[in-house]
Design a protein around this ligand. Structure first.
Ligand SMILES: C[S@@+](CC[C@H](N)C(=O)[O-])C[C@H]1O[C@@H](n2cnc3c(N)ncnc32)[C@H](O)[C@@H]1O
Length: 243
């Protein structure tokens, strides 16, 4: 049995055990965990689809599902008002972070590549004002261009192969309206640190490379590892009004 963390207390030991088993099963299936397996599923679509379908409605089997908003987002929201803003949650999974944005008063669109994830989020929050959609970051609806005052991305970039990051950066930037903000939260690593992955924690240069298409990096926090939670980046980008 691994070290007990705060999540064990909240989710329960049974949940944590089911999660560990699901991870083993998913890792065994993931071509990116096998040498030379990347070509088989370059965008990891098949793997993401498989995560949600194998889960059979058990959130313990969705490795990133914590059934509550992530603390680094909540902490940021406590200090940055977003009420009334048009917000977009990228790779929304089961919806907890999107719900936090709505709770903070934003008008939220949240999307995920996997239809089952989107349905599941809708089922979990039937009274929600969040507009949950199935969509692909790399082929998003045209009307989302420049359409959001606040774009939030948490843990999706680190789940994508590095070769996709330049296109992901352009896609994220395209959603941000003039005067708008992009917030990115991800696991962090030093540039020369060996990483296994996936997930692939981002290096500082990966974060800086998200400042494309008129976006400027305006704040970058390097948040050290604490208890069972690893080191993170929390990065804020802005598009100048009129840019
Ligand atoms: C690591 S999970 C993080 C989920 C959520 N942000 C969270 O923190 O709970 C990454 C999510 O991005 C979704 N995803 C992967 N590729 C995507 C793409 N090209 N477009 C939209 N969503 C994608 C996956 O289905 C998955 O739900």
């Amino acid at each position: 049995m691994g070290r007990k963390g705060p999540r064990t207390e909240v989710l329960g030991e049974d949940f944590i055990e089911r999660r560990a088993k699901a991870r083993e099963r998913l890792d065994a299936f993931d071509p990116h965990k096998q040498p030379g397996g990347t070509e088989a599923d370059p965008k990891r679509r098949e793997w993401f689809e498989t995560v949600y379908s194998l889960a059979e409605d058990d959130p313990a089997a969705v490795p990133w599902a914590h059934l509550e908003p992530r603390p680094l987002l909540e902490d940021w929201l406590a200090r940055h008002p977003i009420a009334g803003l048009r917000a977009l949650d990228v790779g929304c999974g089961l919806g907890d972070n999107a719900e936090a944005l709505a709770h903070a008063g934003a008008r939220v669109v949240a999307f995920d590549l996997v239809e089952r994830a989107v349905q599941w989020a809708r089922e979990r929050f039937p009274e929600s004002d969040v507009d949950y959609r199935a969509a692909d970051l790399f082929d998003a609806p045209k009307e989302w261009r420049d359409a959001f005052d606040f774009v939030h991305e948490l843990y999706t970039l680190q789940a994508l192969p590095k070769a996709l990051l330049p296109d992901a950066a352009l896609a994220l930037a395209s959603f941000v309206a003039p005067g708008g903000t992009l917030l990115v939260i991800s696991r962090a690593r030093d540039a020369d640190e060996e990483i296994g992955g996936p997930p692939w924690p981002l290096a500082k240069e990966d974060i800086e490379a998200l400042a494309v298409d008129g976006l400027r990096l305006v704040a970058l926090e390097d948040i050290p590892a604490k208890d069972v939670v690893g080191r993170h980046w929390r990065a804020e980008f802005r598009r100048e009004a009129g840019a």
